[in-house]
Design a protein around this ligand. Sequence first.
Ligand code: GLU
Length: 298
Amino acid sequence: MTGRWAPSPTGEFHLGNLRTGLLAWLFARSCDTKFLWRFEDLDGAVRSEFYDLQLRDFQSIGLDWDDSVVRQSERIALYQDAIEDLKQRSLTYRCWCTRREILEAAAAPHSHLPEGAYSGKCARLTAKQIADYERTGRDPALRVITESQIIQIQDRQLGAFEGAVDDFVLCRGDSTPSYNLAVVIDDAEMGITEVVRGDDLLPTTPRQVYLFELLGLRSPTYAHVPLVLNESGDRLAKRDGAVTLKDRLTLGESELDVLNHLLASLGMSNVDSFQELRDTAQVFDPSNLPTSAWVFDL
Ligand code: GLU
């Protein structure tokens, strides 16, 4: 068994991120599961100082990981191989649609597309239309051809979930592999058997399961956990106040206090030391976790 934590180094962690990381760690450490760290750093918003900061914050609240830290930015060849494989199998097409066109198509009256899903428009272009787009000099994205079906997945926390699989992007116009492609290749290559992550990623999970199958790879099990919300019910963000570890330390709390806030939010007992956290992990039972979001009101 192998689990993982796959943050994007685009900012300092807030308590919501740390709580999801703690959960992924608890799932792994409660069984004999290896726990790996992967930086999802293909995004343009990545900043170099956040790699170390994120690792340090994670360690400061008593959490650890196995093996060397993986960075997606060092594995581009792996993603390109997979994209090439799908191209060779004639399972891709180029797409020139803008983000706005895609959103408008999904929002049009009588559209049956789920929010953000792609209509398949560029799969139906004539040779003349393709030539016209090529002349614009705009770089197209690459999409995978799917049958636009609904796929059901079994989530360990949320049960059955059905989601649409559209012709999603494999590679962006600027040649960056997409999140859905990179995550599947990495989870397979790193031997991940258990994914624990925020439930904002649940809607795209059927796409990933579809891609695992298309590439002849075994998909992991999934456990999506509720995000942390602010008092207005929106997803917690840095602007909501003292929400980072550094903020809490400045207020006079200790790292252990912060860990205990997170444990309390999970309905778990406080610990007196990081060593005790290890013992707590042994008896962690995901079926006792709260099923609704934690509203941050410390
Ligand atoms: N990198 C994603 C994030 O920071 C997580 C992706 C995943 O766990 O699959 O939200």
